[in-house]
Structure formats: C-alpha cells, structure tokens
Design a protein around this ligand. Sequence first.
Ligand code: NAP
Length: 422
Amino acid sequence: MARPKALITGASSGIGKVYAQRLAKRGYDLVLVARDRARLDALAKELSQDGAAAEVLVADLTQSADVTRVEQVLEQDAAIGFFVNNAGIATVEPHLHTPVEVIEKLIALNVTAATRLALAAGRAFVGRKAGTIVNIASIVAYAPERFNGVYGGSKAFMLALAQALTWELNQNGVTIQTVLPGATRTEIWERAGTDVDERLPPDRIMGVDEMVDAALKGLDLGERQGLVLVEVLGAFEQCPAGVPDPGAADLEVGAHRAGVRAADPTRKIVALSGDYDFQFMLEELAVGAQFKLPYIHMVVNNSYLGLIRQAQRGFNMDYCVQLGFENINAPQTQGYGVDHEAVVKGLGCKFVRVHKQEEIAPAIRQAEKWMGEFQVPVVIEVMLERVTNIAMGTEIDAINEFEALAESLEDAPTAVAASMLD
Ligand code: NAP
C-alpha cells in the first residue's frame, strides 16, 4: 500500500524537523518546505533510513509566488493527507519600536503564508474528505503581553482562524489541531536576536522532542487545542514552605498535562492552580481519568479571585471577586462555595483536602500511592484563609497595605524576623 504523505513548512530545523522525523516513523512520506536546501537535503537523507521518501521543496514563504507553489502542491498531490503549518519567525523588539521591515516579514510568514496554506490544505482535504492540519501557534496567543505584540498577534490570528474553520473541516472528515507551545529550545530565539537561556530559567524551557511528542500525543487523544508546557514535580522541592505560589499557575496557562504524561509515562507532573483557574482545568481531569494518565493537581483555595484583582480595590468592585457562597448541597464547605471534592470525584479522579501546612507532604505521598494504584489524576486541595490579602498596588510608592504593618514585637510575636523589629 502506498504510504500517505505529510507536508511540513519550516522543516529544516526545530519543531518542523522533529515533526518530519516523527511522521516518517509513523509511516508517512514527506514534502519538506523551507529555504535552506542543504539542511532539507540532509534531513531527506536521514528520513530515508526510516523508509520515508522525502521531497525537498525550497520556498521563501514571505514571497507570494513561492507560497503559490506550495499551495499548488497541497491541492494537487492527492497523497498528501497531513499538513504541519509550522514555519514562523519571532522578534523580541519592544512592541512600539518593532521595525517596519520586521513587522512586514513576520506578518507575511506567520500570518499571510500560514493562512493561505491552511486554507489551501483545507480545500484539498475537504475535497478528499480526509486529512489533518496541525497549526503551530504559541502560548502567547493567550498571553500576548509576554512577548512582542506583533508575534503574539500573529499567533492569536492563527488560533482564531483555526477555531473558525473547525466546524466546516470536521463536518467533512478533516481534523484541525492548533498547538500552543510554551518556550521550546530551538533556533528561533537566536534568530530573533536573543538567548532563551538568559531570558528564562531552565525549568521553563522545553526540549523540542518532548514538545512535539506531547503535541502528537494530544492529537492522538483527540485534543484540538493543545497548550504544551511542562511542569514537573520538582517545583515542590524548590518550595520548602509547602504551599507553592498560586501566581505560578497563571490563569489559562496550564500545562498540557495529559499529553505530556502520555508522551512520557515516567515523568512526574503537577498542575498548580488557584480555585478560580481550577474551573478551566477540569476537562483534563476527565481526560486523565478516562485514559489512565495520572498526575497531581494542586489547588490552593482561598475562595477569592485574588492577586492582581486586589489592585482594583479602589474601584469598589471587591464583591465581584469573592468566589465564596453558602452551598446548599455542601454545608461542609463552610462558605467556600464550590464542593471540589464532589466535582473531582464525579470526574473519576481521586481527591484529598488539607487544612494545615504539615498535611501537605503526607497528602503528596498519598496522591503518589493512589496514582500507582488507580492510574488517575489526584487533586490535592489546600484550604487557605478566605480572601488572602496581599500588599500590592499599581505604583511602587502607592502600595495597598490591607493590614496594619508589624512594627513592634507585640505585633508579630511569632515571626522569625520579630526579634529584629525592636
Ligand atoms: P526554528 O528552528 O527557527 O524553525 C523555523 C523554521 O521556519 C525553519 O525551518 C526555517 O527554515 C523556517 N522559515 C523561517 N523563515 C522562513 C521563510 N521565509 N520561508 C520558509 N521557511 C522559513 O524555530 P521553531 O521554534 O522550530 O519554530 C517553528 C514554529 O514554532 C514557529 O511558527 C514558531 O512561532 C512556533 N513556536 C516556537 C516556540 C519556541 O519557543 N521555539 C514556541 C511557540 C511557538 P529556513 O531558515 O531554512 O527557511
């Protein structure tokens, strides 16, 4: 039987190259697209060792005529059933000072070419009633403030485009997945004029192999929008006080836990969230329970949408961020509102609640035991005082202090630093 074919843009390095290697192993022949012929030829030779025939298609996708050639291949080669829409560049210029030539090149490649090719693949695959499109966007599509705005905007554009296309493609037997990787160690950083190791701590950077493996596993599991970030249990070892900083679990910036777990069953994975963002992470618990993908999810619950929201106190809208209420079905929650135990167990996962710091370590040991025994995610809910006020403000010289400062020994008799106060 003839091998199916995958076309990959940006196949000469990084994420695209690893997709080519993985898809060759999965039985695909390849069409490799990028500008660097020497690299593509070397990759084609390497892939032939896995029995994959690879065609090299040299194209500069910032040039309209070159995009047209790739569109034609997608539409005319009926063997192509998998398209990885990956070629992209980044920039680290300050938003307002992004040079015009960088803006134009970035949008030409990340938006114009990627859009034209996604639509060409869509037309071709819908015509054949089968096919898979994988768009490589980025986590910054959700968190654009973290990176250059033009780059973030280009990735948000691809996410929106994929969301718009999903229904029509699915109706016609075509799958579309948008992958939203976090920082991954590839040449893109150097090409953008920066050093990823200087910008980020090592535990925030993924290896390119594990990133692609997690995304492919997510695709296999039916996931259509994959945040790919790696969180490891080691985070707890760096947190001797026991309770990790809830800020570490930014809203919506969760790990793609199920995919990472499936890609590497030996990896220890933990999700960290507050009680508010926990609501957005429930689906993965259900997936974990269904597909036997154990990981720990640690929820710190103060029944309050705290942190940055406290800066809005001046606007008299504090009542809007109180999450607690008297739950008529769960009086034991004592005003904390949502009964997380019922939610978690209802999804088929295990649950343990702790009220004291010294209960956290035994809870983690219990969770590890359950994960071994039942192979499902375990949620550890750490109950904090309700409405945890944190000193903060919009200006460094206008910090809100929610409680009186501890200025004498009497104010803070148990504090370690108390002896230094008087
Ligand atoms: P990379 O190693 O720099 O790969 C980029 C690829 O795009 C190369 O194969 C490059 O090949 C190709 N390319 C660049 N300009 C091109 C052009 N004008 N025409 C045709 N091909 C071109 O970076 P990567 O990290 O693997 O990036 C792949 C995708 O992942 C990008 O869309 C990027 O935005 C996305 N992403 C990366 C990260 C990360 O942290 N690395 C995170 C989120 C998303 P040639 O130079 O040979 O043309």
